[in-house]
Design a protein around this ligand. Structure first.
Ligand SMILES: NC(=O)c1ccc[n+]([C@@H]2O[C@H](COP(=O)([O-])OP(=O)(O)OC[C@H]3O[C@@H](n4cnc5c(N)ncnc54)[C@H](OP(=O)(O)O)[C@@H]3O)[C@@H](O)[C@H]2O)c1
Length: 308
């Protein structure tokens, strides 16, 4: 089968496609023949931090169960599944932990499912972590990203009074308005408009404090980016603002039933025509282009690779 080998970032060919044996699922593992795998800022960050070849990175995938390891219950060969795999996801066949994948409804396309199993989960989980209530205003940073554009769509679908999309460049305005944003702001803009009830931050760094400053009294900022950032505690107290973290990985470990509820809600909203994931699909051997697109901050929605 084909699998991408990652070489040090500064080598001429950082991505090499190897032919390797199909892995054999160990106890408690699923073998999945992938259809699509995701490319995002997580992979870009990992590649930049990497100095030597190592196990291939993980990420989200959608495919069909091809074999079950000893002790796996709840799945059958042929089931269409999607979820996150921690390593060597850029391949035709991957080993997955049953707890981190879910069955994909048959009517959902592989690219839509791929966009929802991680980006959708992050977006809906973050909205819930921010205790969002119908009628409140919501500001989303990295609003054109794989998770951000779904956060904009979800805020709209769940009855936000006003949705503000914050993006890196004004060229993304049309796209995020199409997702349901009422207003579009860029990070460099001096004012982000009227204060909002909830900020979902998928960028980190200086934008965390910027997001806190954009909150109305009693507002909540949900930090779900791996981009770090710091907050001046003094900026929280007078207006009773709060900042909370959100991680799909942590919730999957601590509260799997919550993940199952979020996933069910996402499939329902998708079936009702309330969610329209956007994606750019490329074949596996064009991974360099896919990475470049995200690195240049040019992606609109989820970038994915077709492995078949
Ligand atoms: N907490 C969790 O469980 C969890 C899970 C998955 C992902 N995440 C986080 O969610 C955020 C969005 O991830 P994603 O996979 O949805 O994004 P993505 O589809 O890969 O989109 C990346 C976008 O992020 C923005 N961005 C901000 N800083 C960037 C940088 N230094 N380099 C490249 N792009 C940058 C860019 O848009 P603009 O230029 O418009 O800002 C870019 O287009 C990330 O911060 C990621 O760490 C969290």
């Amino acid at each position: 089968m084909r699998r991408i080998r990652f070489q040090p970032w500064d080598t001429a060919e950082p991505f090499v496609i190897d032919e390797v044996p199909v892995p054999v699922p160990g106890p408690g593992q699923l073998l999945v023949h992938t259809e699509v795998v995701g490319v995002g800022i997580g992979l870009v960050r990992m590649l930049h931090g990497r100095t030597a070849p190592e196990a291939g990175p993980g990420g989200e995938m959608v495919g069909r169960v091809a074999a079950l390891g000893v002790g796996v219950a709840g799945f059958e060969v042929g089931d269409r599944v999607g979820g996150v795999v921690f390593e060597d996801v850029y391949a035709r066949s991957v080993l997955a932990a049953p707890a981190l994948v879910t069955r994909v409804p048959p009517e959902v396309t592989a690219p839509d499912a791929l966009a929802l199993v991680r980006g959708g989960l992050v977006a809906l989980g973050a909205l819930r972590a921010g205790r969002f209530e119908r009628g409140e205003s919501v500001l989303v940073t990295a609003a054109a990203s794989g998770s951000g554009h779904l956060a904009v769509q979800l805020a709209r679908a769940l009855g936000a009074g006003r949705v503000v999309a914050a993006v890196g460049s004004p060229e993304k305005a049309g796209f995020v308005r199409g997702c349901g944003a009422d207003e579009v702001v860029t990070y460099g803009q001096e004012s982000w408009g009227d204060p909002v009830g909830v900020v979902l931050d998928g960028v980190g760094g200086a934008l965390v404090q910027r997001g806190v400053d954009a909150l109305a009294p009693h507002g909540r900022l949900v930090a779900f980016s791996a981009g770090g950032g710091a907050v001046d505690a003094g900026s929280l107290l007078g207006d009773l603002k709060s900042v909370t973290g959100f991680s799909v990985g942590r919730i999957s470990r601590d509260r799997p039933e919550q993940i199952a509820r979020l996933r069910a809600e996402l499939w329902d909203l998708h079936a009702a025509g309330r969610l329209h994931p956007a994606h750019t699909a490329l074949p596996l051997d064009r991974i360099a282009e896919a990475v470049e697109l995200v690195e240049a901050r040019g992606n609109l929605g989820r970038v994915l690779l077709r492995t078949g």
